[in-house]
Design a protein around this ligand. Sequence first.
Ligand SMILES: Cc1ncc(COP(=O)(O)O)c(C=O)c1O
Length: 356
Amino acid sequence: MIPPHVMDAALSLPEAPAYLYDLPGLEAHVAAVRKALPGVELYYAVKANPDAELLRVLAGHVDGFEVSSAGEHAHVTGLFPGVPVALGGPGKTDAELRLPHHRIHVESPNELRRLLATGLEADVLLRVNPDLPVEGAALTMSGPFGMDEADVAECLPLFGDRVRLRGVHTHLASGLDAPQLLELAGTLLDNRYEEVNLGGGMAVSYAAPGDRFDWVAYGAGLAGLGRGRRLRIEPGRALTAYCGHYVTRVVDVKRVRGEAYAILLGGTHHLRTPVTKGHDQPFTVLTTGTGPGVEEEPVTFVGQLCTPKDVFARKIMTSVRVGDTVVFEMAGAYAWNISHHDFLMHPKPAFHYLRS
Ligand SMILES: Cc1ncc(COP(=O)(O)O)c(C=O)c1O
């Protein structure tokens, strides 16, 4: 459900395609999340969307930022000098291992040895990859992330006064609801470590945008599990997905082999989320057009790219005309920043920020 003030702004945009970010909406959301998590440190995973305007809003509510590259590190520390950063990510270079941090998430025994070889001080969380079932997850972080028990055991004797073991970090999967995340947290929170970063991955439903992650239940559950330990989480998608909208216009409506298509300005090189996740991006058609169209029938919404993969949403029952404005919701995370902007050299979208 797109808020009325966003609809109004979408209709008065001078150009399309454009990204429209609802900054007051983001502020209200992150403030509510913060309030639901007493005693838990809240970091934002910058990889979800590093847009500086969004980061400025988030900075007023989060305890720090999780960064996964030298680029994200420079961006965040340039915007907010002195802000706590947790530096994570697989395959850190020697230059990245030398970056100042509040915490560094070490991914392997070899990485820990390279960190020790820098001669610098470091506060480490070992990234663990426990063998736990994560049924129902949208994306499971199986593969090269973190380490199993044997590698953790290999790391433990290497710590000392200069490179200090603070605790463990984990990010098991994306798209889990509060009970699932609490169950995993309960399994992980044994008594060995006094500090635990439980990662991100809070569920965001593109099929039912109104179904939101239950932050209150999660916060209450974590309060019960924490028992004096220092807990941290680092959500990305569930913080910024809802504040972003991709606004575009219909350039053509046609029928091919009986199926109706609406061809939109722009494409998934601006908003790659539906392609990467294989979903229909939720949208609303605003009837601004007077051109030819179709009435209440299944329509597939595509962009201007020369590939059959350039699909925003498939066979959605709707009416649509040439000239209509289409507003895609939930385009605030893993959207513009993960898209292949330069494919076909179409113009870039404009960026607009609602401030009140
Ligand atoms: C280590 C780590 N932390 C946090 C996140 C953020 O996850 P999400 O955006 O699903 O909350 C990711 C995403 O891949 C991640 O890899």
